[in-house]
Design a protein around this ligand. Structure first.
Ligand code: PMP
Length: 378
């Protein structure tokens, strides 16, 4: 169990009549023993000038979006529950992707989409497969929902071997297969051939988590169809500059969307968020120019890193994974923090020994990171 969760478990008594006075005092009940998230997953939030650790967009959303949202907030009937089916938002997303309204499911961040998938298709006696190292929440959410894990591994260069993946799927017969493309934290996208081979082999639902999909050269969205058991998960947190909004969605077969609606809590998407998401879609061209700027900066960062004594992996996302060749990863992370630059310390994660992950920021932020790193490694 992480110390963070241990803190929750211990509970904090604040205010109110103390149990001793009321005579009701006793030790707090013990929660499930298996709740822990992998040690070190939560990103340390130290106070720094340059924050490149959680793959957010470095840019705020367009000012026009904020103004439109404020104007629209005045028209919302906050005394009423929101549209339970979020029809306007889902229609706008369906139009964006050229699919039907019934093929879109939205939730509070793509993490909640992933949780809904596990609630509907996982659970006791069922299994989810994933290929490590990958997004930690795939195994974590599966585990929390009582879903068994079938954990495969990537090759040494972090690519996913199609034959190995298919062999694991055939041996384990998982109800859910999680892919992440581009893969967090390694940065590579799966190939169309690998995704198709996995869909062909999987007995259940294949989930392609495309949280970073807009930064990549291809998307599995083209494979979505009512008769293909594949869903693509997307988020407003990265390209849309709206991590604070907590909005994510899935595009997939309408039968899958109906199943997810059965596990979602009633009115899970509030009225303001529905309006905010719908308004955001009017700013697609701004979003696309931000993606282009980040991709250009990412490629510049990869080139600059390759001139330093580090191993650097190619990236199709808005972050870059690298490993100091002659220095301890954790030590380099600390040296960067001393220079007010925060990157993600993945150096103790299984399969990522010594590695660090840097989110692509603005050009000046990336410059600060690169010059601090050159100094540390000099
Ligand atoms: N999937 C992947 C691969 C991610 O990296 C993240 C964010 N770290 C998420 C999903 C969750 O994104 P959100 O819940 O903010 O939509």
């Amino acid at each position: 169990m992480t110390s963070e969760l241990a803190g929750d478990v211990a509970g904090e008594v604040s205010g109110g009549v103390s149990g001793e006075v009321s005579g009701l005092a006793r030790p707090m009940p013990v929660p499930r023993a298996d709740l822990g998230l992998r040690e070190g997953y939560h990103s340390a939030q130290v106070s720094v000038e340059v924050r490149l650790n959680t793959n957010e967009s470095p840019y705020p959303p367009p000012a026009e979006w904020t103004a439109a949202l404020v104007a629209q907030a005045g028209d919302i009937a906050f005394n009423r529950y929101p549209d339970r089916s979020a029809v306007a938002l889902r229609s706008a997303l369906a139009e964006l992707h050229g699919v039907q309204l019934g093929q879109v499911f939205a939730a509070n961040g793509s993490n909640e989409v992933l949780q809904s998938i596990c609630l509907a298709y996982g659970g006791a006696g069922r299994k989810a497969a994933m290929f490590e190292p990958t997004y930690a929440l795939h195994s974590h959410i599966a585990h929390l929902t009582g879903t068994g894990l079938a954990q495969g591994t990537r090759r040494a260069d972090f690519t996913l071997g199609t034959e190995e993946a298919v062999a694991l799927i055939e041996a384990e017969r998982p109800e859910i297969v999680f892919l992440c493309s581009p893969n967090n934290p390694t940065g590579l996208a799966e190939t169309p051939a690998t995704v198709s081979a996995i869909v062909a082999a999987a007995p259940g639902l294949v989930v392609v988590d495309e949280a970073y999909g807009q930064f990549a050269s291809w998307s599995a969205l083209d494979l979505v169809s009512d008769d293909v058991p594949l869903v693509v998960v997307r988020t407003f947190s990265k390209t849309w500059s709206m991590a604070g909004l907590r909005l994510g969605y899935l595009v997939g077969p309408s039968g899958v969307v109906r199943a997810l609606e059965r596990v979602a809590l009633p009115y899970h998407l509030d009225s303001l968020k529905q309006a905010a998401g719908r308004l955001a879609l009017r700013f697609s061209s701004e979003m696309e120019s931000r993606v282009a700027a980040i991709v250009a900066e990412r490629d510049r960062m990869v080139r600059a890193l390759s001139r330093l004594p580090v191993q650097v992996w190619p990236s199709e996302a808005n972050f870059v994974l690298w490993r100091p060749l002659y220095r301890d990863g954790r030590e380099v992370w600390q040296e960067l923090v001393k220079r007010s630059v925060l990157v993600r310390d993945t150096s103790s994660w299984p399969g990522l020994e010594g590695c660090l992950r840097t989110t692509v920021g603005t050009a000046p932020e990336n410059e600060r990171f690169l010059s601090a790193l050159s100094e540390v490694l000099a």
